[in-house]
Design a binder for this molecule. Sequence first.
Ligand SMILES: *[C@@H]1O[C@H](CO)[C@@H](O)[C@H](O)[C@H]1NC(C)=O
Ligand SMILES: *[C@@H]1O[C@H](CO)[C@@H](O)[C@H](O)[C@H]1NC(C)=O
Ligand SMILES: *[C@@H]1O[C@H](CO)[C@@H](O)[C@H](O)[C@H]1NC(C)=O
Ligand SMILES: *[C@@H]1O[C@H](CO)[C@@H](O)[C@H](O)[C@H]1NC(C)=O
Ligand SMILES: [Zn+2]
Length: 399
Amino acid sequence: MVFLFFVFFLGTLIALLHHVNDDLPPKLLLVSFDGFRADYLQNYEFPHLQNFINEGVLVEHVKNVFITKTFPNHYSIVTGLYEESHGIVANSMYDVATKKHFSDSNDKDPFWWNEAVPIWVTNQLQGNRSSAAAMWPGTDVLIHNTTPSYFMNYNSAVSFEERLNNITMWLSNSNPPVTFATLYWEEPDASGHKYGPEDKENMRTVLKVIDDHIGYLVQKLKMLGLWENLNVIITSDHGMTQCSKERLINLDGCIDHTNYALIDASPVAAVLPKNERETEVYNQLKACDPHMNVYLKEDIPARFHYQHNDRIQPIILVADEGWTIVQNKTEPVLTLGDHGYDNSLPSMHPFLAAHGPAFHRGYKHSTVNIVDIYPMMCHILGLKPQPNNGTFGNTKCLL
Ligand SMILES: *[C@@H]1O[C@H](CO)[C@@H](O)[C@H](O)[C@H]1NC(C)=O
Ligand SMILES: *[C@@H]1O[C@H](CO)[C@@H](O)[C@H](O)[C@H]1NC(C)=O
Ligand SMILES: *[C@@H]1O[C@H](CO)[C@@H](O)[C@H](O)[C@H]1NC(C)=O
Ligand SMILES: *[C@@H]1O[C@H](CO)[C@@H](O)[C@H](O)[C@H]1NC(C)=O
Ligand SMILES: [Zn+2]
């Protein structure tokens, strides 16, 4: 009798707990490790990340958007838009009409961001919910007059542990609840630039630290009781390729630099000709070096979806993989690795892994587009997506 009662009691308790779980709003943590090239996963050891993947899903290649740079791709992840449609078309921009400049250290003017509505804003507008952010690009800017309810001002000196501790604190006790949170970390991008992705020894060291961060993340979520109910996406903005001082494209060797302004330098250069010299500048650049493509804005290939925006300059130069555009060979070139190149190059692609109640367990998929992540995140959170360039049908199989 006592035993039966106990079984009954246990059953009720389990049913109750289930009921409680059903009532919890879905939650999502979106994590980016900048510059995590897709094939690092095959070429290095990631014990913690592999455990995460074994219990969740893996997309081996994410086809990102052109140009394959940090700010543009992070904004595509959270808006589902190509760069020409969300307006963050480079890490360095100039707007001719307003004479405004944008750079990674001068990014706070809402003007640059307001062409799109990122998911953390939509999340707060469509329900009694909050968003939280640890340094994802744009999360410390008043976009459409809104920041995440909880955020940090960008400061590269703040450790991974502090970013994680604060984001998990916000995820575990806030009212209204934080249902969308995002976390950004600068590596392995910084080391990829410094050493080049072919420096196995140094890359192994930095990638082990990344894996340890992932181990700490999972441990922390388990400790706080968040692990079972939280959906976690781990992804990145772009890959990395090897560069060399032997592969420089020297603009000063072809054209007088007083005839144009260089808005963005390499490997996709944005050129603004001066004094109505567009044709002359174009012809000189066109004949400059066989290792780059030179496009008038109207001739940029349609597959780049990189044309219909005033912030895209009249001429763009696209270096071949591994080549670096410089204005003058006496400039010191410090980077042995770079990204920004053609988004059809596998070396430019990141990966995506995900875990949580919304995702399959032990499922692998070859490729999705970076713009397909947004409609999937909206679906998980029960949000009505903003108009976007993604296709939920492409990511639905992960759920
Ligand atoms: C993280 O939270 C602690 C404790 O609330 C706070 O002192 C610290 O300033 C926060 N860090 C950042 C980068 O916001
Ligand atoms: C929002 O939800 C919290 C509980 O999470 C509740 O206390 C609060 O009253 C709600 N506010 C509105 C406007 O529904
Ligand atoms: C390169 O820059 C140096 C220093 O600014 C300058 O003296 C030199 O004339 C430049 N070379 C060319 C080809 O413009
Ligand atoms: C991308 O989506 C935006 C918003 O719906 C739309 O204006 C734009 O035309 C789309 N781009 C393409 C290439 O379909
Ligand atoms: Zn970078």
